[in-house]
Ligand binder design. Structure first.
Ligand SMILES: [Mn+2]
Length: 237
């Protein structure tokens, strides 16, 4: 279980931004304080530490960033995709995963998706003012992918993408669906992924991650016309 408590929020001029969070897993429990120096001290931040017998992961995100990232999962192609996710969403991301790659990349990819989803969900917080929905279509040479998402707190993945190559680098292509399933599940995201065209597997994967990034950017942004409103007629999200 991870509890996150954002002590300093947007608008503060104090630097560096201090985040308090506590982490507990199994019988272990620890409390940490992290300094995340950010220009202006503003930002919606999520910090997750996750440790199992299979992976040890730390993730921090700033939704109000510029797309800076430091990503090391031990899986080159996965790093390349996560860098796209950060760069094109403008969400700053630090992702470190130390996983059981001697088995295969499955646990590392899935658990990174879980931790990233949790971090984004925590950073969004009460969802007040966000646009909530986002969709984008990205072309990359012959490939075209569409991602539509709703930060609904209802986890749901619709996956429509087929890879003809079993792997890209050391990453099995079947793990892309596992990643987005984990991201949607932990992030409370209704997530539809559709690859519409493409033959090059690198292009298919990359266009999906870029489309997800652009859709996510739209959805997490504060709508200036409704910055104090919860985007739901239900009154809860
Ligand atoms: Mn590429």
């Amino acid at each position: 279980m991870v509890l996150l408590n954002e002590e300093s929020s947007a608008g503060s001029n104090a630097l560096p931004l201090r985040i308090k969070y506590s982490v507990s897993h199994n019988s272990l429990s620890e409390k940490k304080e992290i300094d995340m120096p950010k220009d202006g001290g503003a930002g919606r931040i999520g910090v997750i530490e996750r440790k199992t017998n299979e992976t040890k992961i730390s993730v921090s995100v700033n939704l109000d960033g510029t797309g800076q990232n430091d990503i090391q999962t031990g899986i080159g192609f996965f790093d390349h995709m996560l860098e796209q996710l950060s760069k094109h969403s403008l969400i700053d991301m630090t992702i470190k995963c130390d996983g059981d790659l001697h088995i295969d990349a499955h646990h590392s990819v899935e658990d990174t998706g879980i931790a990233l989803g949790q971090a984004i969900k925590d950073a969004i917080g009460d969802k007040k003012g966000i646009r909530r929905y986002g969709h984008y279509t990205v072309v990359m040479d012959e490939a075209r992918s569409m991602v539509a998402l709703d930060l609904s707190n209802r986890a749901f993945l619709v996956w429509d993408a087929v890879f003809t190559s079993p792997s890209l680098g050391e990453m099995d292509t079947e793990l892309f669906q596992e990643f987005f399933q984990a991201l949607a599940g932990a992030g409370g995201i209704t997530l539809h992924v559709e690859n519409q065209k493409g033959s090059n597997n690198h292009h298919i994967a990359e266009s999906i991650f870029k489309a997800c990034a652009k859709a996510l950017r739209i959805a997490v942004e504060i709508d200036p016309r409704a910055s104090e409103a919860l985007p739901s007629t239900k009154g809860a999200l």
